[in-house]
Ligand binder design. Structure first.
Ligand code: PLP
Length: 293
């Protein structure tokens, strides 16, 4: 059940916050200090785009959320359907047609100690919604490379994102859009996207092991490749292959299938624009058609 403390103001709104059944303008929301998200980043999250009242890829996002929570022994006190109903209920209160939805589940609220709280403490649900947009994907991204110093649980979409935060700030300071992480010679993913390459007509991307987040967009792009008869190679590739790629594709919920034109200040990609456009257009069409409303 969602509580509205001032019904008049919540009929429609710009940026919305929700915490365990209470919702309101984000800037008026408060959360308990002892929520374990605050101390340990002890939780998992998802982010999805909605357009015309349809949440794109929601089933896949829910599956990943429950998988991430399961890997951390966090019990989500809702079914996927109940969670989806809450998201759709809130989405109905938003003004804009394109909305960025973020939701997270933290382990619960308890005095700070590393071990899990006693039985009876239930997980907390946080949601924010704000206007956002997926523009038609282009090839204008500027990237920098950064050594991947994250832990070995990158497959879990946890709130623990400090190396991603630090690396993203480096990109901003360099006037760039994203970071490509690498462990030694091997390219893993980006700070908040996956990275793949087109080389000799093949879509090459890191396998979904514990070194990368299994991106929903990455998964969708592989499906698009199969539809378009583009061969897919899920094996790790090197920094040298990245610089030498015909195209560098950066994929995420909000970027969809964008491509890079610059890496560490050097021009990259632009060598298979026809295949890139085919994939970009096919995926953008899927996004638009699925979210026609
Ligand atoms: N990799 C990381 C580290 C991310 O944070 C994200 C998105 O937030 C992605 C990849 C792309 O995932 P998705 O396509 O599900 O948005």
């Amino acid at each position: 059940m969602i509580l509205y403390t001032n019904i008049r103001r919540y009929i429609s709104m710009k940026v919305l916050g929700y915490y365990n059944g209470v919702c309101g303008p984000l800037e008026e929301m408060t959360v308990p200090m002892n929520d374990r998200a605050c101390y340990f980043g002890d939780g998992v999250y998802e982010a999805a785009m909605a357009r015309n009242g349809v949440i794109f890829g929601l089933d896949e996002h829910m599956d990943r959320l429950f998988n991430s929570a399961g890997l951390l022994d966090i019990q989500i006190p809702y079914t996927k359907k109940e969670l989806a109903d809450i998201l759709y209920d809130l989405l109905g209160k938003m003004d804009d047609s394109e909305i960025f939805i973020y939701w997270q589940i933290s382990r619960g609220t308890a005095m700070r100690k590393h071990e899990f709280p006693e039985a009876g403490v239930t997980a907390n649900l946080w949601i924010t919604m704000k206007p956002g947009s997926c523009k038609e994907p282009d090839s204008s991204l500027k990237l920098i490379t950064v050594e991947d110093t994250r832990f070995f649980h990158c497959n879990i979409k946890t709130l623990n994102l400090l190396p991603n935060v630090m690396a993203s700030q480096k990109a901003v300071a360099a006037g760039c859009d994203e970071v490509v992480f690498h462990r030694g010679d091997i390219v893993t993913e980006c700070a908040h996207s996956n990275v793949s390459i087109l080389k000799d007509g093949v879509f090459k991307t890191h396998p979904t092991d514990h070194f990368i987040l299994p991106g929903i967009t990455r998964m969708h792009l592989i499906q698009e490749c199969k539809k378009l008869l583009i061969p897919v190679d899920e094996t790790p590739f090197t920094l040298e292959e990245l610089f030498d790629a015909d195209e560098i594709i950066v994929s995420s919920t909000s970027k969809l299938c964008s491509a890079a034109c610059e890496l560490d200040g050097k021009p990259v990609g632009g060598k298979d624009t026809a295949l890139l456009r085919k994939l970009q257009e096919s995926y953008y069409k899927r996004y638009l058609e699925t979210t026609k409303g």
